[in-house]
Design a protein around this ligand. Structure first.
Ligand code: GDP
Length: 206
């Protein structure tokens, strides 16, 4: 079945349990106060949550939150981990166990935008190491999305949408502006994460 092909390097599942859905680890990076926690809270209330048992499990110990979503008829479990450290810390192990990275900045905070740029540079460096190692190619092995949050705060905006797009284009990744406050583009972001993960999985399994 489809879910049996879910064992690939970016799956963080260590135990295979029958036809359970693929479980993927998502790390959210960005400066303090850009809205990472708020975005995750919205993901945990998304209309895409699987209806049956409304699975929503909080793993308090390591600040991870898991959710099971049903998108395009296929179930996927995502575990979100917010990294709120002001130092960019992604080690090789975390990198290999992670299926997707969201790099979040606030459109009202240029420093957070610059921080996002440095984070993307680090991820690209780690990705190049890993893809050369595992894939023998230079294709980036992880889903990676640049997120400009707080798009509702038009009057205090200091980073234009164009600047966000330019940064994303530099790394050839997806870009989306969101607002956790007015729930703008939050479901779109969730769907984007899942479809990017599925795309990478199918490439890895080819
Ligand atoms: P984190 O430190 O990156 O996890 O940021 P939080 O999710 O804790 O959000 C920091 C502050 O920004 C909180 O007061 C949120 O209510 C607020 N906030 C988060 N997202 C938005 C947004 O899209 N628009 C507005 N206006 N405020 C937001």
């Amino acid at each position: 079945s489809r879910s049996d092909s879910s064992e690939h390097p970016s799956s963080s599942s260590s135990s295979r349990r029958g036809s359970n859905p693929a479980r993927h680890h998502v790390v959210i990076l960005g400066e303090d106060n850009v809205g990472k926690t708020s975005l995750v809270s919205h993901f945990l209330n998304s209309e895409y949550l699987t209806g049956y048992e409304s699975y929503c499990d909080t793993l308090e110990e390591n600040n991870e939150r898991s959710v099971s979503v049903l998108i395009e008829g296929e179930e996927t479990e995502l575990t979100f981990q917010c990294e709120s450290s002001s130092d960019i810390t992604v080690d090789d192990t975390t990198f290999s166990l992670t299926a997707a990275f969201l790099v979040v900045y606030s459109v009202t905070d240029r420093v957070s935008y610059e921080y996002a740029g440095r984070t993307l540079a680090l991820l690209r460096y780690l990705g190049t190491k890993l893809s050369t190692h595992i894939l023998g190619s230079d294709s980036f092995p992880k889903a990676l999305i640049l997120v400009g949050n707080k798009a509702d705060l038009a009057r205090s905006r200091t980073v234009t949408e164009e600047e966000g797009r330019t940064l994303a284009n530099k790394y050839n990744i997806k870009f989306i502006e969101t607002s956790a406050a007015i729930t703008h583009n939050v479901d779109e972001l969730l769907v984007g994460i899942v479809s990017q993960i599925r795309l990478r999985s199918s490439m890895m399994n080819d």
